[in-house]
Design a protein around this ligand. Sequence first.
Ligand SMILES: [Zn+2]
Length: 336
Amino acid sequence: MMKQLLKQIATSAAGQFGPHRMGLLTHDPQLWVLMYHRILPREDIRYTLEEPGMIVTPDTFAMHLRELKQHFDLMDFSEWLRLRAAGEPLPRRACTITFDDGWHDNFEYALPIIKATATPVTLFAVVEKIGTDFQFWPNIISALLASNALTAMQQQPLLARALNQAAAPADMRNRESMAAVIKTLKQFSDADIFTALDEISWHQHLSFELPRGLMTWDEVRTMNNSGLVTIGSHTCNHKRLNAQLSNAEITHEIVTSKALLTQQIPTAADIFCFPNGDYNSAALDAVTRTYSAAVTTQRGIVNAANTPVHQLCRIGLHEHVSHTPRLLGARLSGWI
Ligand SMILES: [Zn+2]
């Protein structure tokens, strides 16, 4: 009870007095880089199969844009970076919208709202997965759990370990259990998880067809041709750029993704997005040599004077933390 009350007071204070309202903490221009993944209505099956931290509903996204326009200069990311690099004046409180991965629902649900409100956004595409039937492993895991395929999963050592560590009950068909198993699996490499899923032939155990994950290149081009959506690189294959990857793989994900993206989208932005926010020093070096800027998943507000331009922090938004203007305000403080 007390804890909840304190939380409410903190939310309210952060919303009213946070730096997005007061600008008291610094005289340097600031940039709020907002991170979105998926835009889906609650009744869509994809909503149920996704981690809660990945989604906002179309209504919530539209509300965000209305609120943001009242408190910020909503800017194109590349334009803000260009002004900063040229030493030209920047708005004191600018904000820019980013989408990670290239989900098909961005085309279905975000693009109409982006167009109706003429909001510039940047979309970071997983370059070698766009236009394929690739599924991210957390969605496959959720679909297996929703299909009650526990017996098949228990027969594979890595998956069995994750189920046991997540203290899996007999019925895992709820979002909390799905999130717990996914969190446990993140200790393993992406390659090991995909190998485990291949070993049990995951397709065979689904009781329904898993909806398409990512856009086609034509859909990406349609977004780009709206004149409001700039496309940046989010690697070739969404491999986390940590010590589990060889230097050759790191170079492929970072350097080759830029070349392949530019072939598809000649006007692509020179901005990179680290998958899962992970990077080691080799990855940071390669990104610094290859791109003019990069975003992480580190939470925070960018200070134009001193935030390193290849490690730009962002504020992640999802339904639970931002479905009312008051919650959104608190989240934008960077404190909650
Ligand atoms: Zn991603």
